[in-house]
Design a protein around this ligand. Structure first.
Ligand code: SF4
Ligand code: SF4
Length: 370
């Protein structure tokens, strides 16, 4: 495992972090829940192999992720790893909610403190909330009280808001942004990445595989990737190539994924790709842009839909034939038109989407396409 400086925090983190967002599941009474035994074994194996950053959040796995991570970190594992979790900004309705939620999280994790605490998914609205309720002071107080060690944020909005937060967030030590070879000018993008690094802000990268989309990209994209690399190797090596990056988070749901990712983390370091290989990613991005796919990562944050439309499943089916072949879409989801017609136009899903997808507009696009 390779380790990198984490901004000005004074910590050295493994270049591969364990993201506890997509863990192995098992079906009980028709409901998918975390497969505890497998998930705990995976986290512990990652830590035993040198991973020293475990990332969770209040919302992950319908609130079960923090409890699971807490169990995984028993038996001496807490002392071997940094632990990160996030304040659920959507649940913050007043200043006092900060302490209530942090205490609840510490209790679920069953720990005295977390090493890294993030405002979760900051965007324009959430940033206003941070300022209105004085949450930066709350963060500082939590740090002084020993409940958190370092303060940061994760981010989903455009570059302008990212720049504002960088300017105004006093005491910020690290941030978590979405970045991969397709998203170089999306959300914070390369410009945001460089700005954070200039300020000595540690950088955590999320969505390195775009919710799994870069594991099996369209053939035209795959054909552009550097020769001899698997799709996963290409995507992860692209991120590690940036010296500004401290670590990337990968949601490893199986032993095989963990083994593959750890081998890659051993292999790649900053600036290890050739110019020729770097150019491959520029071509891959151009090929992807021609496909016109809906940029859904399958995070399922939009599961608030009162009509119970499985939005990520709809988008995933549509993306199979978005650029040309509608038959593929119908094969994957024969009732796709009926599903999108159920939409009651309430907009609740769009408020939750970290990718800022105009979901209703996309539904119209799907309807119009048939
Ligand atoms: S806008 Fe449509 S898809 Fe979105 S939550 Fe409302 S009913 Fe569901
Ligand atoms: S539509 Fe948005 S919120 Fe829903 S799964 Fe896709 S990326 Fe996530």
């Amino acid at each position: 495992m390779k380790y990198r400086e984490f901004g000005k925090t004074g910590c050295k983190v493994s270049s591969l972090g364990f993201g506890a967002m997509r863990m192995p599941t098992v079906e009980i009474d028709g409901k998918k829940v975390i497969d505890e035994e497998k998930a705990i074994a995976l986290i512990r194996r990652a830590i035993d192999s040198g991973v020293n950053y475990v990332d969770t959040a209040y919302f992950y796995h319908d609130g079960e992720s923090e409890c699971l991570v807490g169990k995984a970190l028993k038996d001496g594992y807490r002392e071997k790893t940094y632990l990160a979790t996030k304040l659920p900004m959507g649940h913050v309705k007043c200043a006092e909610d900060f302490d209530r939620l942090l205490d609840e999280q510490l209790s679920k994790l069953d720990v005295e403190y977390v090493d890294f605490y993030l405002f979760h998914a900051l965007n324009r609205d959430h940033w206003e909330k941070v300022k209105e309720f004085g949450l930066i002071e709350k963060m500082k107080k939590a740090k002084a009280d020993g409940k958190i060690r370092h303060m940061g944020f994760s981010f989903h909005d455009d570059l302008e808001i990212f720049e504002t937060i960088m300017e105004e967030y006093d005491g910020c030590e690290f941030c978590q942004i979405q970045f991969n070879y397709l998203d170089t000018d999306y959300q914070a993008g390369i410009e945001g990445l460089r700005l954070a690094a200039e300020k000595g802000i540690g950088l955590v990268i999320m969505e390195p595989l775009l919710g799994g989309g870069l594991v099996a990209p369209h053939e035209s994209v795959k054909a552009c990737l550097p020769e001899g690399m698997s799709t996963v190797e290409a995507a992860l090596s692209y991120i590690w190539n940036y010296p500004e990056v401290s670590l990337l988070l990968s949601g490893m749901g199986t032993e095989e994924q963990l083994t593959e990712n750890m081998a890659l983390a051993d292999k790649y370091e900053a600036s290890s790709l050739t110019k020729e290989q770097e150019n491959c990613f520029i071509e891959a991005k151009k090929a992807h842009a021609k496909l016109g796919l809906i940029p859904c990562t399958g995070c399922n944050y939009c599961s608030v839909c009162p009509e119970e439309i499985a939005i990520p499943e709809v988008f995933s089916a549509f993306n199979l034939g978005a650029s040309e072949d509608r038959r593929k879409v119908k094969e994957a989801m024969p009732d796709i038109e009926d599903r999108v017609r159920k939409c009651a136009d309430c907009g609740a899903c769009e408020k939750m989407c970290p990718q800022n997808i105009e979901i209703r507009k996309m539904f119209k696009r799907i309807r119009d396409s048939f």
